[in-house]
Write a protein that binds this ligand. Structure first.
Ligand code: FES
Ligand SMILES: [Fe+2]
Length: 359
């Protein structure tokens, strides 16, 4: 038990400030937490037609794993290592439409499925080629239009997403469209887990988010702990900006303005009546985090209403407190605090998940 987070919240103390402050814990978190997680890649339009090639860096700034998505001539999508099996050059350096992948360093060729095809000047090399000369296949999966990849998954993608699918499966995810004009990245000068801590509790809403507090019913703010995540349910004070829930929804008849899903460690799926804001919390150091807001619109006409109306304002309000907490944790007089049993069970759950990642 590296952090000694008691399983009983009433007896527990929060993560020690060393976890948030030390570059060493940050380095250890890369393999223990992030390499085992599923990361959002984008949607299927990245590789829309056969021959499409899309190189990307998996969790840029943290895992820094060069990968490439391809769609082969049989219309199959692949997620491959983008590192040449000869001497380690990046294979695809830009996106486009190709018949094969060709490393420009010494000309090694791979099919769009990653299989080795040819290599100049390799006559006389024994036991060549073997499977080790193919580009490594990386676990990936699709849910609705969205693609996820993991370099060393600790659970299946289906298992991770099951609570979301069970509750919100009635939504037509394949009709959701990326609104690229409203994608935004925020750089937060704080440890990534402080950003998550803050996201996971509604406790601070009346103190920090005056406008949001007007829209939601704080006394009816519900939290459900999931095996590897948390759902926060915001009910509306009025009938404005609420979901039109079908009878097939387990929440039919309630005035719900937002479903906030967090999936361990760094994925947030915020569902509003207008659609989905995917937030990805990307650590780029122990004291710096890049948070991407990626909106997918379903019902544009509902955009300006309710809890999901002004996400930029809420984000700026959160950023200010999270950065101030990061400074506070440098103090010699603070190490760890206690949890509110009524309002911080989600933060306690997160800290327990972090603890178990290191066991
Ligand atoms: S590194 Fe790719 S062919 Fe040499
Ligand atoms: Fe907040």
């Amino acid at each position: 038990m590296p952090f000694d987070i008691n399983s009983s919240i009433a007896n527990a103390s929060t993560l020690p400030s060393a976890f948030y402050q030390s570059p060493d814990w940050f380095e250890r978190s890369k393999e223990a937490i992030f390499a085992k997680s599923w990361q959002f890649v984008g949607d299927v339009d990245l590789v829309k037609v056969p021959g499409a090639v899309h190189p990307f860096v998996h969790l840029d700034g943290c895992l820094d794993e060069p990968l490439v998505l391809t769609r082969d001539t049989n219309d199959q999508v692949h997620c491959l290592s983008n590192v040449c099996t000869h001497r380690g050059m990046l294979v695809a350096e830009s996106g486009g439409n190709e018949r094969f992948l060709r490393c420009r360093y010494h000309g090694r060729r791979f099919g769009l499925d990653g299989c080795f095809q040819s290599m100049p000047e390799f006559e006389g090399v024994c036991n060549f080629p073997t499977a080790a000369d193919n580009l490594a296949k990386v676990p990936f999966g699709q849910w609705g239009p969205w693609l996820f990849a993991s370099v060393n998954p600790s659970m299946s993608l289906e298992e991770m997403l099951k609570p979301v699918v069970d509750r919100l499966g009635w939504m037509p995810f394949n009709e959701f469209r990326l609104d690229a004009s409203r994608c935004r990245d925020y750089v937060v000068r704080a440890h990534w887990a402080l950003y998550v801590d803050n996201y996971l509790e509604g406790f601070h809403i009346p103190f920090i988010h005056a406008a949001l507090n007007q829209a939601i019913d704080y006394d009816n703010y519900l939290v459900e702990l999931l095996p590897s995540g948390v759902l926060q349910l915001a009910h509306a004070k009025s009938d404005e900006g609420i979901f039109d829930l079908p009878t097939s929804s387990p929440d039919h008849g309630q005035r719900i303005s937002a479903y906030y899903y967090w999936l361990f460690p760094n994925l947030m799926l915020n569902f509003y009546p207008w659609g989905l804001s995917i937030n990805v919390v990307r650590p780029v150091g122990h004291d710096r985090t890049r948070v991407s807001f990626i909106p997918y619109v379903w019902r544009e006409e509902l955009r300006g209403e309710g809890a999901g109306a002004d996400l930029d304002r809420v984000e700026r309000e959160d950023e200010v407190v999270v950065e101030a907490v990061h400074k506070g944790l440098k103090s010699r007089f603070y190490d760890r605090g206690r949890y509110s049993v009524a309002r911080e069970d989600s933060v306690h759950h997160f800290h327990r998940l972090i603890q178990s990642a290191f066991e």
